[in-house]
Design a protein around this ligand. Structure first.
Ligand SMILES: NC(=O)c1ccc[n+]([C@@H]2O[C@H](COP(=O)([O-])OP(=O)(O)OC[C@H]3O[C@@H](n4cnc5c(N)ncnc54)[C@H](O)[C@@H]3O)[C@@H](O)[C@H]2O)c1
Length: 327
């Protein structure tokens, strides 16, 4: 997101505690000034002189929520609310919160829109619901929060994740020659390319404030809702000689959500998604060939958020509050 916003003319400052700073697959395409800080430890001065905050920092998936639900509550909910509070006090006008469609829960085959009941099933999903509600209550004339409910993101990025569905299928197809689906393949996932994610956050920075003030948007496009089996098929077709294997497991991930993106399309009628699952899969495959991705890389703890946090904890780099230990 930051190289994209810099190239669009924004002055960008990063803030991250750096859990994954060693987990680089492809080089950064540009550096921005960055504060290495935990969002739980922010002070009012950290938020001074900014027009907008794009709040992405989080323990970013369900499995991490299961590692220790207290950490997800503290970072994703409590620290998010504190960050919004400090932002508002410092005169930040827009606060774009990276939320998730996962908060609709396992919605069978119903299509969920922004007015659908929220039914968070996991600590991660609950943390996003609670943060949205608390931050929404802070909206006022000078402070406009926006809740960007993302689907599942994929695409090449420096701190690559192989724990999201299309990245995972492509990593597997490219390094093992097969894609294994453990569910019946029917669950729905809205997917989005990381560069399109950066572009729609930009659109929300630039939109007239009355369009976005204290609004939630399912961020994506109806054409980008796919069933898992379709995503697996795209991965298999992208990688020469790859094949699909169905190995049903009772414990398979059957979370399903088909999101309606009509509100986003109506509010941002000129926004065009540049990527789709097929072109994004091709881009991933090209990048894997360029860096010579091996099976060991694909399975490396560096590229699965939960495994890497386990490593930082087990090797004593992080303490049991998920803070860096001082040497
Ligand atoms: N990737 C997806 O598919 C997806 C889907 C829906 C929502 N989201 C949300 O978008 C945001 C970004 O996701 P991502 O895929 O880039 O995740 P990521 O794990 O790659 O990035 C999250 C970043 O937050 C930082 N962070 C975590 N706890 C912190 C703390 N206490 N203080 C400071 N920094 C901290 C981490 O170091 C990391 O760099 C998250 O809020 C996530 O919940 C992501």
């Amino acid at each position: 997101m930051s190289p994209h916003l810099v190239s669009a003319g924004f002055e960008v400052v990063g803030l991250d505690t750096g859990y994954f700073s060693e987990c680089t697959l492809v080089p950064d395409s540009g550096k921005i000034p960055t504060l290495k800080k935990d969002i739980r430890d922010l002070s009012p001065r950290d938020l001074e002189n900014f027009d907008a905050v794009i709040h992405l920092a989080a323990l970013s998936n369900d499995p991490i929520g299961n590692l220790n639900d207290g950490w997800t509550e503290e970072i994703n909910y409590q620290a998010s609310v504190k960050l919004a509070d400090l932002s508002r006090a410092a005169g930040v006008k827009r606060f774009l919160f990276s939320s998730s469609c996962i908060m609709y829960g396992a919605a069978d085959t119903l299509v969920v829109n922004e007015d659908s009941p929220l039914d968070p099933k996991t600590e991660y999903a609950r943390s996003k619901v609670k943060a949205e509600r608390a931050i929404s209550a802070m909206a006022n004339k000078g402070f406009s929060p926006v809740f960007v409910r993302n689907g599942t993101v994929y695409g090449v990025s420096p701190r690559m994740r192989f724990d999201t569905v299309l990245n995972d299928f492509m990593g597997s197809a490219a390094t093992t020659g097969k894609v294994v689906v453990h569910s019946d393949g029917k669950p729905w996932r809205p997917v989005m390319h990381v560069q399109d994610v950066a572009r729609y956050f930009q659109a929300m920075l630039e939109a007239p404030v009355e369009k976005i003030h204290n609004q939630a948007f399912n961020a994506g496009s109806n054409a980008l809702n796919h069933q898992i089996i379709e995503l697996a098929g795209i991965a298999v077709e992208t990688v020469p000689n790859a094949r699909l294997e169905m190995v049903p497991k009772p414990s398979a991930d059957q979370r399903t959500y088909k999101a309606d993106f009509g509100k986003f399309a109506k509010t941002f009628p000129d926004f065009k998604f540049k990527w789709n699952a097929r072109s994004g899969a091709a881009e991933l495959y090209d990048a894997f060939k360029r860096v010579g991705l091996t099976f060991e890389d694909y399975k490396d703890k560096k590229f699965t958020r939960l495994k890497w946090l386990h490593y930082l904890l087990d090797s004593g780099k992080l303490d049991n509050g998920l803070r860096w230990k001082r040497n």
